[in-house]
Design a binder for this molecule. Structure first.
Ligand code: AMP
Length: 449
């Protein structure tokens, strides 16, 4: 039996695990998704979920059959030796748009803002920040072609990152134009690359016939060198009047709201259903080539999937990459469950009463109790191992007076507190804000005995 997880996957570990990094911490993950929930739901987005596996055909159309994802990175699902015709989802948008069309969500107030998060699967070459099972937060707005909606989507993406405390993330903004602009650009790229086709990687030779714009996205160094050598003009130079006006509007909104961004004329979205605004979110801590996230308008996708033409815009960021960026900036995350009170009996008769005190504390806070009587030194040791904020000790004397001995562990301050007053005291002292692991709440003003 192998005790190894599959290549390119990670365990999300409990707090206190040895050598815990943010991208392995279950608490850090939940901090990101809770922050995203707060920001996106305040922005009017509603939570939804779609299956982890979908028909392969949906994903082929939804992601694009010329993409690396579809051509090389799909995990297919088989059961009982049969090929199910399903694949594990490599991204969230195709499933959400499928669900929108299938469930008649068009009837909800428009534009409909949706968000989700969860695991995505791509059989990629594994390296730092590039996994086979990774996790995304996705935000999609379906039903509006207005530039204001694009700008709001970008604002929300930036806001999530800011509320996590990241300061080094930057938006790179571009536009991939309308279909007619793309056709002109494709023709230009074909003309430019065809005489040099033999110098392109095998993948890019294939792209040249199927979808030349994807050459610009190639990971091959030789391809990138040729792109520089040929002085390839960016898509942005090929925008028609309408796409150009839309792009100026998006930029105008962002500038009016004080959202900083860098213009990036070379952003590539090589698929037919991508229209107009396209952007990426970058951070130095993750490396120049790997984006924290990406977004764009995909007005042609619903039609590609068999529905009516429906304008839409959305983005996704990778949670693992975001956590790598947080580590690079030295940011901390709060414990998932909030600060802990550790309750223990000092003799066997008080084990049950001590447990009862802990059960009562759970009405207002996280509380654990020792399953057997402990000596005071051991109570403190166990409490500290669990990074508890308080230890509550109950011996026969405290029990006789209906109280506990409450010790604030980081300051060492302790006081006898009647059980009836315990929750009120904990509430006022502990929980105005969830403290991060290394910022325990300020010691309360307890008298020392
Ligand atoms: P994409 O759907 O390719 O635009 O990816 C959106 C974001 O998901 C990227 O910017 C990354 O943050 C994240 N992501 C994509 N692929 C991977 C991967 N293999 N491992 C980790 N994160 C990924």
């Amino acid at each position: 039996m192998s005790l190894q997880r599959p290549k390119g996957t990670q365990d999300h570990l409990p707090d206190g695990s040895p050598k815990l990094r943010a991208d392995l911490s279950a608490s850090a993950f939940s901090h990101v998704t809770r922050t995203a929930a707060r920001v996106l739901e305040r922005g009017g987005a509603q939570w939804m979920e779609t299956p982890l596996f979908e028909y392969a055909d949906l994903v082929q159309r939804g992601v694009g059959s010329s993409t690396d994802i579809v051509r090389k990175e799909m995990f297919t699902v088989t059961y009982a030796g049969e090929h199910g015709g399903y694949i594990l989802r490599p991204e969230g948008t195709a499933g959400i748009v499928r669900a929108y069309l299938e469930n008649g969500l068009k009837q909800l107030p428009s534009p409909l803002k949706l968000w989700t998060h969860g695991p995505m699967f791509r059989a990629e070459n594994v390296q730092q920040g590039r996994l086979r099972q990774f996790h995304q937060v996705d935000y999609e707005v379906i039903g509006s072609a207005l530039s204001l909606v694009d700008a709001e989507a970008i604002w929300l993406m930036v806001q999530v990152v800011q509320e996590l405390g990241l300061t080094g993330a930057r938006i790179k903004l571009g536009s991939v134009g309308d279909p007619a602009d793309r056709e002109r650009y494709d023709a230009y790229l074909r003309q430019l690359f065809t005489p040099h086709a033999e110098r392109l990687s095998a993948d890019s030779q294939d792209r040249l016939t199927r979808n030349p714009m994807r050459i610009l996205d190639s990971k091959s160094k030789d391809d990138q060198a040729l792109i520089v050598e040929l002085g390839v003009e960016p898509m942005l130079n090929f925008l028609g009047e309408e796409a150009s006006a839309h792009f100026q509007e998006v930029r105008g909104h962002l500038e009016a709201w004080g959202v900083p961004y860098d213009l990036d004329p070379s952003i590539v979205r090589g698929l037919d259903y991508y229209r107009r605004t396209a952007w990426e979110l970058h951070h130095q801590g993750v490396g120049a080539k790997s984006a924290l996230g990406g977004g764009g308008r995909y007005d042609g996708l619903a039609k590609e999937l068999g529905g009516p033409e429906t304008p839409a815009v959305g983005w996704a960021f990778g949670i693992e990459r975001l956590l790598i960026a947080m580590d690079a900036e030295g940011l901390k995350w709060p414990l998932t469950a909030g600060p802990l009170v550790y309750v223990a009996a000092l003799d066997a008769e008080q084990v049950d009463p001590a447990a009862r005190v802990a059960l009562g504390i759970r009405a207002v806070a996280r509380a654990e109790f020792a399953y057997r009587a402990l000596k005071p030194g051991n109570v403190f040791r166990e409490a500290e191992r669990r990074t508890a904020v308080y230890a509550a000790l109950i011996g026969s004397e405290e029990a006789g007076r209906g109280s506990v001995m409450l010790k604030h562990l980081s300051s060492g301050v302790q006081r006898e507190v009647p059980v009836a007053e315990l929750n009120a005291l904990l509430l006022s002292d502990l929980f105005s804000e969830m403290p991060s692991p290394d910022s325990a709440p300020t010691p309360p003003a307890l008298e020392t005995r």
